[in-house]
Design a protein around this ligand. Sequence first.
Ligand code: ZN
Length: 235
Amino acid sequence: MAKDGNAGPLNEHDERALWLRAATDALRGDFEASSLPLPGNIRFGFSTKGKGTQKTGECWHSPASADGAYEVFIRADQGEPLEILGILVRELVHAALPVEDSHGKRYKAAAAKVGLVGKMRAAVPGRLLEARLQRLLEDLGPIPRAALDITWSAFDKPKRQIGRMLKATCAGGNNDAGAFEECGYTVRLASKWAKEYGAHCPKHGAIPVEFPPDDPETELDQQAEGVIPAELVGA
Ligand SMILES: [Zn+2]
């Protein structure tokens, strides 16, 4: 970001991997201060959708690589530099831990040390870390990338989804007396209507739509809208 009175940003990175490397090098001190030194051999890239996951970032541990490097990937639809730095920090925490400790409680403790907050599968920078990343962003200058629309595929426009019927089944809900009753009401509807209005059981209200796994309208989005209770979404 340009500073007042200056011609432009301090740095100019013409490759996005270099931007991420510069960010990582700047964060090494922060990780060391949290007793989580980062490995030296980290490479950076941008995945498209990852390996069928919902994840905005990935960290592949050193043993997976033929030359023992760590690989950090940011999903290609990410375009906000501050959010990308948040994802980067989340992935660097994985890289700072031995692979067998890189999930669960050890991960959670380490993530908290560097200033990530919230649910671990979607941890975000807390206030202090966000301020730190904001300053870092000003030093780094613009990231040479823009969000890629990953509903496209590599050689083609997004697939037309007309005619594809989605299924929604009601698991049940409370009856008039307030007691839970099972249901099973099932409806099939076009993707367009599912996205615009969702699906509803006449007795029990909103019900989750089974979107195909490659659909951007995923269970995570439905979870955010409260259609699927968090405890029903697999970790
Ligand atoms: Zn129902």
